[in-house]
Design a protein around this ligand. Structure first.
Ligand SMILES: [Zn+2]
Length: 68
């Protein structure tokens, strides 16, 4: 990716952490209300740096947060 956004410090800290780690306060949940999907996968956008994180909540616990 040549359009990489420099993440803010909280995002940099969160990157690569397991999905059990709570998103930081500047991450807003995308598609709130999609209850069914939210039990499987949650997508967050950071209001500070625009980074997008996905939390995979179903499947192997080794699946983790990552920028997409
Ligand atoms: Zn951020």
């Amino acid at each position: 990716m040549d359009l990489w956004i420099q993440p803010c410090a909280p995002c940099a800290d969160l990157y690569g952490q397991p999905a059990t780690v709570e998103p930081h306060d500047d991450l807003t949940l995308n598609g709130a209300g999609a209850e069914k999907d939210a039990t499987v996968e949650q997508h967050y956008t950071c209001v500070r740096c625009g980074a997008v994180f996905a939390r995979i909540l179903a499947g192997p616990t080794t699946r983790q947060i990552g920028c997409s």
